[in-house]
Design a binder for this molecule. Sequence first.
Ligand code: IPE
Ligand code: IPE
Ligand code: MG
Length: 247
Amino acid sequence: MALFEKKKAAPPVPAEKLPKHIGFIMDGNGRWAKKRGMPRPFGHIEGGKVYRKIMLYCQDIGIKYVSFYVFSTENWSRAQEEIKGIMQMMRMYLDDAQKHLDDGVRFIFLGDLSPYPEDIRTRMRKLEKDTERNTDINVLMAVNYGGRAEIAKSARELAELVKQGMLNPEDITEQSVADHLYTAGLPDVDLVIRPSGELRLSNFLIWQCAYAEYYFTNILWPDFTPEELDKALIDYAGRGRRFGGAE
Ligand code: IPE
Ligand code: IPE
Ligand code: MG
């Protein structure tokens, strides 16, 4: 045993009551900055720090899959300045993650990476490859991600297989659609957490959240804390998930 082995935080509920997969819609950065009379990118910088803190806390308490909504297919409609700021942040976090390859975190990027600058795409693919054997926690980063676009992508790929005579339309199942999503082989989301007071999914993992539980809070993402996550986990542990069955 290492002399100074890192002490793990205890989860607020028994391990078997924890969700396997948590999805975070990291919303409210802009309003957080505005409240302080600061430009929106300032909120994204604070939000980035919170992402890292929450990710490490999830790892500590034994969550195996955690998704973060970083940038949606609809977010391109924002001002160039803001988009540039977000790209700069991505570079920073990609470089930082590259320095922590031995920390047990596996990174997977969900979304259409093609519109990103080449250097960002290369860093993302490299990080995925360099962490593919890590098993402590899987961190799914939804970047240029849209749930509808993802389902359309799956349909396109299946149609291509049909065209090539490799698949019969009658053999298309829920499983085959899932196998062509960005999350192929990964578990569905159990718990979605959305701060900022908005009560919507905003196109986040819509297929994978079909039976998820939801936790909404008015706290803005830059103010989100491990204590707030504990509250969500306690709430989740008390929910009765039935998946269409009856008690
Ligand atoms: C979420 O915060 C981050 C991104 C969408 C990139 P917002 O930037 O949407 O913050 P609000 O909702 O305007 O406060
Ligand atoms: C969702 O937040 C996208 C991310 C957090 C990356 P938005 O701020 O874009 O969602 P809407 O516009 O309020 O639905
Ligand atoms: Mg928002």
